[in-house]
Design a protein around this ligand. Structure first.
Ligand SMILES: [Zn+2]
Length: 190
């Protein structure tokens, strides 16, 4: 079960659209998930200090703001984290995934792959539910063969989980949402 975290909410400009979010928290021992309202898990955002490397944590309502490193007091920022899958290209892959500062789940997909089209709603849901914790992103292997080749992707969909900018896990083939979630949990992400 999720609960409103003290009635907190934030408004974020994302891709030129103002979006309103309710901040929720998950209580231990309960399953369930948000029931429609777009929501961000409380306490989920982190920012690595550029000066000393300390991983700073902050409540989700700090997103889009700056703060001070708890260790060395250097200025740090908490970038806005997307709630819809990020479209990756050969050009933005390094910036969006390797330098994201938090884990990323990348689906290598192809517009001509029916299984990939079938996974799209699952990716949309995960992007919303994991916002702030995991960046959910998609790379069209047809349009971006260079990156697909770097990672040796030979079939779609292929899901690669990145942590600290490096591949941490890989799942090949379409699967139900529950199975993908189970594998992410198995990789220590959820
Ligand atoms: Zn620091």
């Amino acid at each position: 079960m999720y609960f409103l975290a003290g009635g907190k909410s934030i408004t974020i400009c994302q891709g030129g659209v103002l979006r309103f979010f309710v901040i929720i928290e998950k209580r231990a021992g309960c399953g369930g998930r948000p029931d429609g309202s777009e929501a961000i898990l409380l306490g989920a955002i982190t920012s690595r200090c550029p000066a000393c490397g300390t991983l700073n944590r902050a409540p989700a309502d700090r997103m889009g703001k700056t703060g001070r490193c708890g260790m060395c007091r250097a200025e740090i920022s908490f970038p806005v984290r997307p709630v819809t899958p990020v479209e990756l290209t050969d050009a933005n892959f390094d910036r969006e995934v390797r330098a994201a500062g938090y884990p990323a789940l990348v689906e290598f997909w192809s517009p001509s792959c029916g299984h990939c089209i079938g996974m799209a709603p699952v990716l949309d849901e995960l992007a919303r539910e994991l916002a702030g914790r995991v960046k959910v992103a998609k790379l069209d292997v047809t349009a971006n063969p260079k990156t697909a080749s770097v990672f040796g992707v030979t079939g779609t969909p292929t899901f690669v989980l990145f942590r600290g900018g490096r591949e941490a896990a890989r799942f090949v083939g379409a699967m139900p949402r529950a199975e993908l979630t189970r594998r992410l949990a198995g990789a220590g992400l959820l």
